[in-house]
Each structure stands twice: as C-alpha cells, then as structure tokens.
Design a protein around this ligand. Structure first.
Ligand code: FES
Length: 116
C-alpha cells in the first residue's frame, strides 16, 4: 500500500507563531520517515481551511477515504501516527488515542452541520 501524507504548513499549521512549543521540523522529518517505510510520500500543503484544528495532517491511500487529523502538535500524536502507519494506515483501525485527533474535512462540514 502506498500512502500519501499531506502536512499543512501555512498561516497556522507549522508556524512557531501559533504553536511555539511544537517541534515542527522534527515532526515533519518523522512523518517523512514513516511515509517512506510505508512506501509513501509526504507533501506540504497550503492552508486546508481548518486552522482552528491546526496542525493538520491528512493521510491517504488508494482505495480508502482520506483520514484527517487535527491538533497534531505533540510527540505523542506523531508516535501514534507512526504506529498506525506501520500497522497499515488507512483501512486499518485507528487507535483510540489517534481517534481523538480525527477531524471532519472542511468540505464535508456543511453537509453534516445541523443534520439530525
Ligand atoms: S494553515 Fe493548516 S488549516 Fe490553515
């Protein structure tokens, strides 16, 4: 399985101004290593329009819906992503601690907001 990890780095995500205690460089390096081990790649994106949940990381794999994660700010979240990717990533169960980081992609929010 080939994964593509999108790491948002723009006006909020990846900035020292908004997240001064996050080691953005280390996290990006670790995600690149995890992607490479999974036969995938990492790309940096401009704002994904969900700054309130920065830092945002999206993991995609063919045959699966993209999985969006927010508040990826601490080493623990990166370690959870590394373990999940090593276990197969998209299509495999998301660990509970990583599930706490799941977010709804901004394009789908309007369809679910207010729906009962
Ligand atoms: S900068 Fe990442 S969602 Fe806006």
């Amino acid at each position: 399985m080939s994964v593509r990890i999108t790491v948002c780095q723009d006006c909020c995500c990846g900035t020292v101004k908004k997240h001064p205690t996050t080691n953005h460089f280390s996290h990006l390096r670790r995600l690149r290593e995890a992607a490479a081990k999974a036969g995938g790649t990492v790309r940096i994106s401009q704002c994904l329009d969900t700054c309130e949940t920065s830092n945002v990381v999206v993991v995609q794999a063919s045959g699966h819906k993209p999985v969006w994660f927010g508040w990826v700010l601490h080493d623990d979240a990166i370690a959870d992503l590394e373990r999940w990717l090593a276990a197969g990533g998209p299509g495999s169960p998301v660990p509970d601690t990583l599930e706490l980081h799941r977010i709804t992609p901004p394009g789908l929010r309007a369809a679910t907001d207010g729906a009962e």
